[in-house]
Design a protein around this ligand. Structure first.
Ligand code: GTP
Ligand code: MG
Length: 266
């Protein structure tokens, strides 16, 4: 998109998450939902393919935040709040750009568009069998730590606006998928393990945690020195984290709760 002038100054929502979790599927569903009904009646899910570059669509929600992604706001003649949904590639080698959008120093891109929230998409079915948990949580750790640092960067000046995070537990249409509550507790446990591993050098050095000023330990996520990690610990940094289940295809709770969460925060 880059220089598209119509994108300037709209609030944005950033889609993050590992490859194959369903970010592009969610973007496509929300984008199609707003199209005339003749086009949205097609039952086939939109084809997706691994994303190599971020893609952005412009969406709209009614002023009171209550409209569905299926509503055609233009046809209803409603006054709507427009926002950008920004897709990113999940592949490990292509994440750096996505993470840079969370940095406190606004890049030229985010300076044009005010980041309102982050939707981190996970594959709740893949999380059921082991391998995906550490890699998913590793990416989530990096994203949450970036946001934590962003909040800490405002010292002395105005605190940056807080960025809430929705963890979208996707693919709940699959019977192997973990329910949202388990996705949440499994991620918390894994983030706690990662935190321990990444700080191991410090702990092994024999320096007690009391001796290390919290602000010196840059890579510790959440409450400093705590044994267990919970998403609640991020409230101290003004970062709200919610985990909500859904799906973009098949039978299940669908995507309405995700849309509502996003719409209420635009
Ligand atoms: P990258 O672009 O590689 O980062 O992946 P992505 O997160 O954009 O994933 P994408 O949207 O391309 O979806 C990956 C695969 O999961 C596709 O085959 C989708 O059809 C499938 N998928 C997405 N959402 C769902 C869902 O709710 N249920 C099921 N069963 N499959 C889904
Ligand atoms: Mg994609």
């Amino acid at each position: 998109h880059g220089g598209n002038p119509s994108f300037t100054n709209l609030p944005s929502v950033l889609l993050l998450g590992p490859s194959g979790s369903g970010k592009t599927a969610i973007l496509t569903l929300f984008e199609r939902g707003a199209q005339p009904s003749s086009e949205k009646n097609s039952t086939s899910p939109a084809p997706t393919h691994t994303s190599q570059a971020p893609g952005t669509v412009e969406l709209a929600v009614s002023e009171d935040g209550s409209s569905s992604f299926r509503d055609d706001l233009d046809a209803a003649g409603a006054t709507a709040k427009k926002f950008l949904l920004v897709d990113t590639p999940g592949h490990a080698k292509l994440r750096r750009h996505a993470l840079s959008l969370l940095a406190p120093t606004a890049s030229s891109e985010s300076a044009q568009s005010k980041l309102r929230s982050v939707v981190f998409v996970v594959d709740a079915a893949a999380l059921a069998d082991g391998d995906a948990l550490p890699t998913t949580a590793g990416y989530l750790y990096d994203a949450l730590l970036s946001l934590q640092k962003r909040m800490g960067s405002g010292r002395g000046s105005k605190a940056p606006a807080s960025i809430p995070v929705l963890i979208a537990a996707n693919k709940l249409d699959l019977f192997t998928a973990l329910p949202a509550a388990l996705v949440k507790s499994n991620l918390e446990a894994e983030l706690g393990r990662i935190r321990k591993t990444r700080s191991k050098g410090l702990l092994d050095s024999g320096v007690g945690t009391d001796d290390i000023a919290a602000e010196e330990n840059d890579d510790w996520l959440g409450e400093y020195g705590s044994e267990k990690f919970t998403f609640k610990q991020l409230l101290e940094f003004d970062i709200e984290v919610d985990v909500i289940g859904g799906n973009t295809q098949g039978d299940g709770p669908g995507a309405d709760k995700w849309w509502k969460w996003i719409a209420e925060r635009i």
